[in-house]
Design a protein around this ligand. Structure first.
Ligand code: 5GP
Length: 196
């Protein structure tokens, strides 16, 4: 999506360790006009795919998931992150390794909110190594539901998670796919590139 690539080039800040900061429009301050555009785009991409629910992970996936849910008129469920394992039997639980914080945490969804008949669209802000999305897939599997697709605002292709999921047969749609990110700039997989 051209607007997303342009937004990253204009406002994104490249931090050490392969982290892109997009606090000015997605992760801390939210550009609501652009958020609506992102929601519309994902909703268009998955039109007719039969999703009845969106699943995301707190906290930075929630905004884009809700924007998409409002376009598709379907509910959004977000998995909660817990540092400790004080979870009762009424929840689906798995462990995820956080790329940005370099620690493991538990990801939890109440059993009431995922049911076997669900056809789930998974959404997150970033797709990097794929740990967060794989954790969400695990929760959907525990519920006996189906993942119909995955969407991310920004995929860091160089970390491989998105392509691994595609190789497993999942449909993955990312609004921007960063192929290379270095001090000298960003190159997207779909050819819009610029230095700086
Ligand atoms: P993964 O689990 O795919 O390795 O990483 C995805 C998760 O880590 C996302 O939920 C996102 O919050 C966070 N993340 C990964 N890479 C970045 C990044 O470059 N910038 C930011 N802001 N978050 C990231």
């Amino acid at each position: 999506m051209r607007e997303m690539e342009e937004k990253i080039l204009k406002e994104g800040k490249i931090l050490s360790g392969g982290i892109l900061k997009v606090g000015s429009f997605l992760n801390q301050k939210i550009d609501v006009i652009f958020l609506k555009t992102m929601g519309k785009e994902i909703s268009e991409l998955y039109k007719g795919a039969g999703a009845n629910k969106i699943l995301t992970i707190e906290s930075s996936g929630i905004a884009i998931a809700v924007a998409t849910g409002m376009e598709m008129n379907i509910p959004v469920v977000f998995a909660k992150k817990h540092r400790t394992s004080n979870v009762d039997g009424e929840a689906y639980v798995t462990r995820v390794h956080s790329f940005t914080h370099n620690e493991d945490y538990q990801v939890v969804v109440s059993k009431e909110y995922l049911v076997p008949s669900d056809r789930i669209l998974l959404i997150d802000d970033f797709l990097a190594n794929g740990n967060a999305v794989n954790g969400l897939i695990e929760l959907v599997n525990q519920a006996g539901a189906e993942v119909i697709g995955i969407a991310a605002a920004i995929e860091k292709v160089f970390q491989g998670g998105g392509d691994e999921l595609r190789a497993k047969g999942y449909r993955v749609e990312s609004l921007a796919e960063i192929e290379i990110m270095s001090e000298s700039g960003i190159i997207f997989r779909h050819n819009l590139s610029r230095n700086g």
